[in-house]
Design a protein around this ligand. Structure first.
Ligand code: ATP
Ligand code: MG
Length: 216
């Protein structure tokens, strides 16, 4: 599902160049659940951004589902992302002035009755039916993250990239979000989960650890 070959990502700022990823190679099989660990600043979010086509590497090749992202134009990459990849972040990134259903439907490339029905089905599965007309400010952190998961899954992506999705949640809500990731994986999805937490990483089949942009 994912192939990284000698991928580097350098950020140049006024204070010099940071090698966030330093020539890493990685293969993730279709249907695999991979955890990525490592200290703050080790390159975890950069790795997800590169795999998801949100950031272009400075060097190397990135292939997802047989398509080489590093050969695509920015618009081809965003199209590919919308069709094949779901993202979940620590900070939820919900729009405050939209209700739950409309936040989930933001991910829809076109608004069809099927999309709307699937959004409601996901919200039901994630225990959010009662909350579906609420706005994010009216929800608990755990509920917000489940809305973000529903949005990430609306297009039935083959790959789900999750960056510290439990970072702002208590143990019970973190467990609920990890259960949803597990379910997605059991249904055949490929998961890459960035986490600082051992109990979250324990859900994965394999863990890799980054140290200063390289695998330890
Ligand atoms: N846009 C940017 N411009 C400059 N440097 C950046 C940028 N984004 C990240 N970096 C640097 O690249 C390195 C890796 O950052 P990254 O965000 O990937 O780390 P991380 O492992 O996700 O850390 P955390 O656990 O704190 O989220 C860090 O040294 C960071 O300061
Ligand atoms: Mg990060």
């Amino acid at each position: 599902m994912i192939q990284l070959q000698q991928v580097s990502k350098a950020y140049t700022t006024s204070r010099g160049t940071v090698r966030a990823l330093d020539g890493i190679s990685l293969d993730v099989a279709s249907g695999e659940f991979l955890a990525v660990r490592g200290a703050s600043g080790s390159g975890k979010s950069t790795l997800l951004a590169v795999v998801g086509g949100l950031a272009q590497p400075t060097a190397g090749r990135v292939t997802v589902g047989g398509c080489e992202l590093t050969q695509m134009s920015p618009s081809q990459r965003s199209q590919f992302r919308a069709e094949h990849i779901g993202f979940v972040f620590q900070m939820f990134h919900l729009l405050p002035y939209l209700n739950v259903v409309d936040n989930v439907l933001l991910a829809a490339r076109s608004m069809t009755p099927e999309h709307k029905a699937y959004a409601l089905e996901l919200l039901d599965r994630f225990g959010l039916t009662e909350r579906r007309w609420h706005r994010p400010a009216q929800l608990s952190a755990g509920e917000r993250q489940r809305v973000a998961m529903a949005r990430a899954m609306l297009n039935r992506p083959a790959l789900l990239l999750a960056d510290e999705p439990t970072g702002n949640l208590d143990d019970r809500n973190a467990g609920a979000v990890l259960d949803l990731l597990d379910q997605y994986h059991t249904d055949g999805g490929t998961v890459v989960l960035v986490t600082h937490h051992a109990d979250a990483a324990a859900r994965a089949q394999r863990t890799v650890t980054l140290e200063a942009g390289r695998f330890a």
